[in-house]
Design a protein around this ligand. Structure first.
Ligand SMILES: [Zn+2]
Length: 407
């Protein structure tokens, strides 16, 4: 058995049995407890009842998908790995740049390090946007359900995924996109028995359905069935989430939105400041690119402190931090965030200009994430932990540490 592996300052034991780390996108803790209470998730119920370990952890800020998936697979916050959103503004080039290219990743992943040391590693994501980042420099199997019909041995380390899984390629806006990830994970465990598996779903259901609703319970029942199969196959399982999810609308069903670019245009002149929403991605139908986190780049002569206070006074804003404050408090890379970092309260989201948000795709009242309100996430293990310091602040990026070192 190879020796321990050190990645990004943390040392991990070689796996004694297969490890599966699962990132359930948008898994507010209440989805689990509600599904368990409804009798829809007996396996998770046993973990929560003490047969396993159930902790509540903090995800990284912003509470978005990519920064957190990258934190989980690197074991470090965005200040170290560099991925702090889907988008950032490159001041040198004067343009918004998508951050889904591995060249923006500043460190090695745990997956890549283990694969290079000889472990058999498999990564399955729902959306293809994460695949290249998660699979960076990794040898092994890496594919998305979104493009499961296009896999090749050269690019993905596997062929005929559709035949393996026995499902057609799901719609990118569907619960089946995540189900495909789980079913593929189980089939791979049966056929290849990877030493290390990382499964990452999509939050389509969580954006639409609150905890305890029939659609949510049905989704968690599907997850529960597949986790129980992985458990029966002898895998160590760690379940966590990239972020939580909350309702962001008023009693009338309309989203509570602060259009921050419109506001700054009114204060400073049109286009003088630039608001960046790092939630923006090519798949915006279910959230209209509205989340509880925004970056503001201000003109050089602006009084940053005064503008920060003005923004903080807007109803629905939770806090406004300067670049240095946000880099320290939220462990963010200072060179990839704005002059100001703006976080809205639980029920409020931040937009750019009103006319830039197409809300026609919102067929149900808005649920979204991005703020500190969505920072609490589950961290579950199908095994008991030795005694831990009571004051330890658990993070979702402790998942591999839990799975390899503590159980
Ligand atoms: Zn997410």
């Amino acid at each position: 058995m190879p020796s321990d592996i050190t990645v990004n300052g943390r040392t991990y034991h070689w796996m004694k049995r297969p490890l599966v780390v699962v990132c359930i996108d948008g898994c507010q803790y209440e989805y689990l407890t509600a599904a368990v209470a409804a009798g829809a998730a007996p396996f998770l119920g046993r973990l929560l009842a003490g047969a396993g370990t159930s902790l509540i952890a903090d995800c990284v800020m912003p509470s978005f998908t990519n920064p957190n998936n990258l934190s989980i697979v690197t074991g470090v916050p965005p200040a170290v790995h560099g991925i702090c959103g889907n988008y950032f503004f490159d001041p040198e080039r004067g343009e918004e740049v998508m951050m889904n290219d591995p060249r923006f990743l500043r460190v090695e992943t745990i997956l890549a390090a283990f694969s290079k040391a000889g472990a058999k590693v498999a990564v399955i994501t729902a959306k293809d946007k994460l695949r290249k980042l998660l699979g960076h420099q990794m040898r092994g199997i890496c594919f998305s359900s979104e493009k499961a019909d296009q896999v090749t041995m050269a690019e993905n380390g596997i062929e005929n995924v559709l035949g393996l899984v026995g499902m057609p390629v799901p719609s990118v806006y569907s619960a089946a996109l995540s189900e495909f990830v789980f079913v593929a994970g189980v089939k791979l465990m049966q056929r290849e028995r990877p030493d290390l598996t990382y499964l990452s779903t999509t939050d389509y259901i969580q954006h639409k359905a609150a905890p305890g609703t029939p659609a949510a319970n049905e989704f968690y029942a599907m997850i529960d069935r597949n986790l129980a199969q992985l458990d029966a196959l002898g895998a160590r399982i760690v379940v966590t989430a990239d972020h939580g999810m909350n309702a962001k609308h008023g009693a009338d069903g309309q989203p509570n939105v602060i259009y921050l670019q419109d506001t700054l245009d009114a204060w400073l002149g049109k286009g003088k400041a630039r608001v960046i929403l790092p939630i923006t991605d090519p798949y915006v139908v279910h959230h209209g690119a509205l989340g509880s986190f925004a970056l503001a780049y201000l003109p050089a002569d602006a009084d940053q402190r005064a503008i920060a206070e003005q923004i903080a006074a807007l109803p629905g804003i939770e806090r406004v931090l300067t670049r240095a404050e946000a880099a320290a408090q939220f462990e963010l890379p200072a060179d990839r965030i704005g002059d100001l970092v703006v976080v809205s309260r639980l029920d409020t989201v931040i937009g750019t200009r009103r006319e830039q948000h197409d809300l026609s795709g919102l067929d149900v009242p808005l649920r979204s994430h991005g703020g500190t309100s969505e920072q609490k996430v589950p961290l579950l293990v199908n095994g008991r932990l030795p005694q831990q310091p009571a004051n330890r602040r658990w993070r979702n990026f402790d998942a591999f540490d839990l799975g390899l070192n503590l159980t």
